[in-house]
Write a protein that binds this ligand. Structure first.
Ligand SMILES: [Zn+2]
Length: 303
């Protein structure tokens, strides 16, 4: 179940290359692909008339005007959500309103380090973002991703839930046990085995990659949680979420999807879900057209 994100990234890279060349059709395609989920995300947090649309527009403008700084080895979707969160934060701050947290664990609760991509080079933001170097984060993400894939391939989704609550949400063994109705000792066992696996995976990496990590914070829970969120390590494929919406997702995936969205409260997957369930009564085309018209002028001229 892991390759869809890679396919998406390839398609996105292709699109971005075209947009960098000033290709308007590619820009329209990008808007069409992402507007629904971004708008759903914004609407969950901004309730004033037109606020969500404005935030979406700002996001697209922010993206297109900072395109030069976008590192295409990163996930476009995650990047767009990061800009959108920043824009939403601006609106909420401006209105001097307490941040509205939908329910449960808010994935961006602890993310002061997400820079405004339009000026991501200011020293304080750089410092916040680089406690762990990019390469170190890559190493950590590699072994975490492998752990998650192992759980999925072996249908050990109950254990994955444990790990997600411990590593991603940051619960203690006892709390995780209560949430999942599992014995605290069983939870501790899952954690123990997971940490052993991570250590093994690290050992199996080529020396030069392993040494990158050095003594850096494999043990820092905040770091693991941040990487987990930023890289969306356990997020569900859009097609899986689509089956979930239609009620045709098989167990144990169905209950896992419900867990990830409802218990973990992953706002990005929730936004995808909202978008998917709205797909029939498409808010879409005129919003998309407006977004396109208001941003297309910022594309670079074909060179
Ligand atoms: Zn998710």
């Amino acid at each position: 179940m892991g390759s869809d994100l890679t396919d998406t990234n390839n398609a996105d890279q292709f699109l971005i290359a075209a947009i960098r060349n000033g290709d308007q059709r590619a820009w329209r395609q990008l808007i069409e692909r992402y507007q629904g989920r971004l708008l759903a995300f914004a609407r969950a947090r901004l309730r004033g008339p037109g606020e969500a649309e404005d935030a979406l527009q700002e996001t697209l403008l922010g993206f297109v005007t900072s395109l030069a700084h976008f590192d295409e080895s990163r996930s476009l979707e995650t990047y767009l959500f990061a800009i959108l969160r920043y824009k939403i934060g601006e609106v909420l701050t401006k209105k001097n309103r307490r941040k509205e947290i939908v329910t449960g664990f808010d994935v961006d609760d602890d993310s002061p380090g997400i820079p405004d991509p339009a000026n991501s080079e200011t020293p304080s933001q750089a410092a916040a973002h680089h406690e762990l170097t990019r390469q170190q984060a890559d190493v950590l993400a590699t072994i975490l991703r492998r752990l998650i894939e192992e759980f999925r391939d072996r249908d050990k989704l109950d254990d994955l839930k444990v790990i997600e609550l411990l590593f991603y949400v940051g619960l203690r063994n006892k709390e995780a046990g209560e949430r999942l109705d599992r014995d605290e000792k069983a939870v501790a066992g899952v954690k123990f085995r997971a940490l052993n696996c991570l250590r093994d995976y690290l050992e199996e990496l080529p020396d030069e990659r392993r040494n990158l990590l050095g003594s850096a914070s494999v043990s820092s829970e905040a770091t693991v949680s941040r990487i987990w969120r930023e890289r969306r390590l356990s997020c569900l494929k859009r097609s899986t979420l689509g089956s979930y919406v239609l009620g045709v997702l098989d167990e144990p995936w169905n209950s896992y999807a419900r867990f990830h969205v409802k218990e973990i409260g992953c706002l990005m997957c929730r936004a995808n879900l909202d978008d998917l369930s709205r797909e029939s009564e498409r808010i879409g085309d005129d919003v998309g057209e407006r977004m396109f018209q208001s941003s297309v002028g910022f594309l670079s001229r074909p060179g």
